[in-house]
Design a protein. Structure first.
Length: 128
């Protein structure tokens, strides 16, 4: 199974983005596979979006809902880009609802109700 297939089946991923200083900052995210990429939804004002706009390099590691990575879990190098295309964001929301069921639907609704910044997506491609 390829890293993309493995990561696409995981319930939670630790997405590590890098500050200008090179310091790594990890965040637990939901991700869905869409053909040859992974997609993540997030608030456009989040720190990870700011970091990814500076450098596309990210790493992905399976984790639990609190972002805890199991000992020996493998890291996958990837590139992330910010997407704002409404059609892609609608597709992403549908994929989240399908993969995560009722919880995914509640997440989508909650995101609409508590927006700080515009909702954006992250398109993640494997580099390994």
């Amino acid at each position: 199974m390829s890293p993309l297939e493995q990561l696409g089946h995981e319930k939670y991923l630790s997405l590590t983005a890098f500050r200008r200083s090179g310091e790594a900052v990890a965040t637990a995210v939901w991700a869905v596979r869409d053909d040859q990429v992974l997609l993540v939804t997030t608030d456009g004002a989040s720190g990870k979006v700011k970091r990814i706009r500076h450098t596309e390099r990210v790493t992905l590691t399976p984790c639990d809902m609190r972002g805890r990575v199991a000992d020996g879990a493998s890291h996958t190098e990837a590139r992330a880009t910010v997407i704002t295309d409404p059609a892609v964001l609608d597709r992403l929301e549908g994929l989240i609802k399908t993969k995560y069921g009722l919880v995914g639907r509640l997440f989508a609704l909650g995101g609409r109700l508590r927006r700080k910044g515009a909702r954006v997506g992250l398109r993640i491609t494997m580099t390994d």
